[in-house]
Ligand binder design. Structure first.
Ligand SMILES: [Fe+2]
Ligand SMILES: [Fe+2]
Length: 174
């Protein structure tokens, strides 16, 4: 294909790096889920997956998608992405409702992997080429990500934080 290839040195907006990091984290959680043997470990990993997916999909739906849908020449990609989020949430709800977990996690994994590939291979290159104020968008997303992670108890504690700060974050959840 004659499509433009980004050289290693090309601008790679922090916004995209932030979302890609989330994707890698979700993939790691799925991998750990499949490697886990104890039910208690699988319970914990399924709960972590649910939180990580919730934080990531909300970040995209609240800030990233509305911004990029206006800026790219194929906004249908964003509509499709929203439908895939809905599918993932439906599967998570079934898992939380006590439906057989492994088959639901398996289908969730397939839906999420497909979704990640579409975002990274189709949507993100269009976003990178669009006239977007990436610095401003990154600031908003970073702030919202921290809020979401605090409210979902996902933020790893830094040395200067204590459990009280986490509790404070939870009390102020969105
Ligand atoms: Fe994503
Ligand atoms: Fe997404």
């Amino acid at each position: 294909m004659a499509s433009k290839q980004h050289p290693q040195s090309a601008r790679h907006p922090q916004v995209i790096s932030l979302l890609r990091e989330d994707h890698r984290e979700v993939e790691r959680l799925f991998e750990r889920y499949w490697q886990a043997h104890q039910e208690s470990e699988k319970d914990e990993l399924a709960a972590q997956l649910s939180k990580a997916l919730s934080a990531h999909t909300r970040l995209e739906e609240e800030i990233f998608y509305p911004e990029v849908a206006l800026a790219i020449d194929e906004p249908l990609l964003v509509d499709e992405a929203r439908v895939e989020h809905k599918l993932a949430k439906m599967l998570l709800a079934e898992i939380e409702a006590g439906e057989p977990r492994d088959p639901h996690v398996q289908v969730l994994c397939e839906v999420v992997n497909h979704h990640i590939r579409e975002e990274e291979n189709e949507l993100f290159p269009k976003v990178e080429a669009a006239p977007i104020d990436f610095d401003e968008l990154y600031r908003r997303m970073l702030q919202r990500k921290e809020e979401l992670m605090l409210s979902l108890d996902l933020l790893p504690l830094r040395p200067d934080q204590d459990a009280g700060k986490r509790a404070h974050g939870r009390r102020h959840q969105a």
